[in-house]
Design a protein. Sequence first.
Length: 365
Amino acid sequence: MKIVYPHMGYMWICIKAMLEYLDVEVVVPPPSSKKTLLLGVKHAPEFACMPLKLNLGNFMEAAELGADTMVMAGGCGPCRFGYYAHVEHAILRDLGYQYQLVVLEPPQKHIGELLGKIKHITGHQSWRKVINGIRFGYHKAEAVDELEKTANYCRPREIKPGTTDRALQAALKEVIAADTPEKLPAARKRAFEIMRSVPVDRLRPVLRIGLVGEIYTLLEPFTNQDIERKLGGMGVEVDRSIYLSEWINEHLFLGLVKNKRSSKTAREKAVKYLGHFVGGHGLETVGNTVLYAEQGYDGVIQMLPFTCMPEIVAQSILPRVSTETGIPTMTLIVDEQSGEAGLVTRLEAFVDLLARKKQTGEVLA
Ligand code: SF4
């Protein structure tokens, strides 16, 4: 069995570590690119959201590297995500790919089924080893998240442009190279030493923007056109409302790890504006915008793939949140037509507005 799973930012690092620790062969598809997207766009339904198209491209590229089993998360609820694994599998089968499909359904609703699938993937491994493997993957996700957060702090303050990005890549290499749980703490320490070596001006005034929206778009730099890096280069410190380890803790560990940011607070904040679950992260998008306003952020950017239903609901509510809380918001919708120049222009205009508002205390219309 040679397993492939779709790219979603740096998720590949933690799943690869976990599966290889459990002696499962993994095929990591090439990073998502224009080619990946073109493959997906060619074979996916036109109105499917961009994550489906990229997933499809990832699976097609991985098949050339020998992958034979695709692992996808399942889902339930108003958005289409729950169907995607099956739709992708059917498209690939029609195209002649011989993939075996394993869908990991959310544990809240299907714990027995999920455990059975884990056993199927990991074969003869004991539950004790499986748990250690999951813990190893989780600790890698935590390390990667912390490195990304440090990079988001350093970028707008770096003294020499580009040093943060180079340091981040070097630091990630350290974490990736740790192939056992025992080696991870030392690798993590080296990685943070690399990040600490980035010369920064801690007194430089920066703008702070919160990123909210659909999880895949927020986590996958190819989809969001590296928005965190672009904003960092414009002198903005970015906080992403969802990090992978937080999502794992909440949805797979059911909040077992304490002192982690949880989406519960955001959902509570959203109630005033949206009283029910709309699928995906629609509720969290609304609630996190309120939270960012309360925390004194200068602005919020919502990102969503074209046709994403939960985020369209949230998008229609954000103007009211913005008016009532005073935080400026901007929505960016991405699809295969999105160009880099357009995104940069919009980001620059938004950042200019926020800077002016900060300087003059002006209220934006
Ligand atoms: S959350 Fe949005 S982008 Fe993701 S599957 Fe659902 S509709 Fe598509």
